[in-house]
Design a protein around this ligand. Structure first.
Ligand code: MLT
Length: 322
């Protein structure tokens, strides 16, 4: 290829719509799904941009390996926690994301987890498939009239809050950019994280994983929860202290949890010895394998959104990660 053609390495599979967007922009697409570590660092040597989903960790080592042309890393999703931001900054590499495309899908999966948790959908399904018909074993709790605590009020948290209101729930929301008036306009009450935890019948987390949100829901906060509260996490596993969540489940402080994300993904990644694996196996945990953004529509849209952000950044008209 001529040296002046911009080259974008796809370290994870990108939607066909996203690839089409790159090709239409005149960019050469270099498929490299499954590369990691040294192989990824080597492949980066001849490209101008890298696009990842969640399968690839863009570590400090990868970025430090010396990629003379690399100017942009694009993340086909909201969270950029799999990209080492300080190392990217040090290498002069701009990091862009797809902040819009996945919000509704993530909110919809949160509702699936919320209702599935309240009504034991997964366990009841497994029992029927095993030939049982036990209607008294799966009596659940109603959502109408209950309090939903939403921690994190970006696009996803806000979309979850609206859906919680539609289910007849009282919604308390903790978000650092959420003021009293904006909350009132959305029909929710602005609270602190502690207040949300203390008042929630159902607590749902929608913050990015950053150094300041790691273990945001820790043992201290879980002790504030109402006995019998339920936790839903479709954000990032590291936002909760998983050992503390396990302890809260075992003492009954939490009667259940619905978890789409784990500190270790898959939870058995390190041989199943970490709390992620114990949580995933726990009888009162509903677990899904990081499916929040996994709809056909969201995947297509996230591919296009990140492709547009990357081509804009390469053209010198960047859209900052948000
Ligand atoms: C996101 O950050 O938008 C999601 O985690 C995307 C994904 O599932 O890879």
């Amino acid at each position: 290829a001529p040296a002046d053609v911009l080259r974008v390495l796809l370290a994870d599979e990108l939607s066909a719509e996203g690839v089409d967007h790159l090709l239409a922009a005149g960019v050469e697409v270099v498929p490299a799904a499954g590369l990691s570590g040294a192989a990824l660092a080597a492949a980066l040597g001849t490209v101008d941009a890298l696009i990842v989903r969640s399968g690839t960790a863009v570590t400090a080592e990868v970025l430090a390996a010396g990629a003379p042309r690399l100017r942009v890393v694009g993340r086909a999703g909201v969270g950029v926690d799999n990209v080492c931001l300080p190392a990217a900054t040090a290498a002069g590499v701009l990091v862009v994301n797809a902040p819009v495309a996945n919000a509704d899908a993530a909110a919809e999966h949160t509702v699936a987890l919320l209702t599935g948790l309240a009504r034991h959908v997964a366990a009841a399904d497994a029992s029927v498939k095993a030939g049982q018909w036990d209607r008294s074993a799966y009596v659940g709790v109603s959502l109408a009239g209950k309090t939903l605590g939403v921690v994190g009020y970006g696009r996803t948290g806000r979309a979850v809050a609206a859906r919680g209101r539609a289910l007849g729930m009282t919604v308390l929301a903790a978000g650092h950019r959420l003021g009293v008036a904006a909350a009132a306009a959305d029909g929710v009450t602005a609270v602190t994280v502690d207040e949300a935890v203390a008042a929630a019948d159902f607590l749902s987390l929608h913050v990015p994983l950053t150094p300041s949100t790691r273990h945001l829901i820790d043992d201290r906060r879980l002790r504030l929860a109402k006995p019998g509260a339920r936790l839903i996490n479709a954000s990032r596993g590291g936002v909760v202290d998983e050992a503390a969540v396990l302890a809260a489940l075992d003492t009954g402080r939490l009667v259940g949890a619905a978890l789409d994300v784990f500190a270790a993904e898959p939870p058995t990644a390190d041989g199943g010895t970490c709390p992620s694996a114990a949580l995933a196996r726990h009888p009162r945990v509903v677990a899904t394998p990081h499916l929040g953004a996994a709809t056909a529509e969201a995947r297509a849209a996230a591919g296009v959104e990140v492709a547009a952000a990357v081509t804009a950044a390469l053209a010198g008209t960047p859209v900052a990660a948000s």
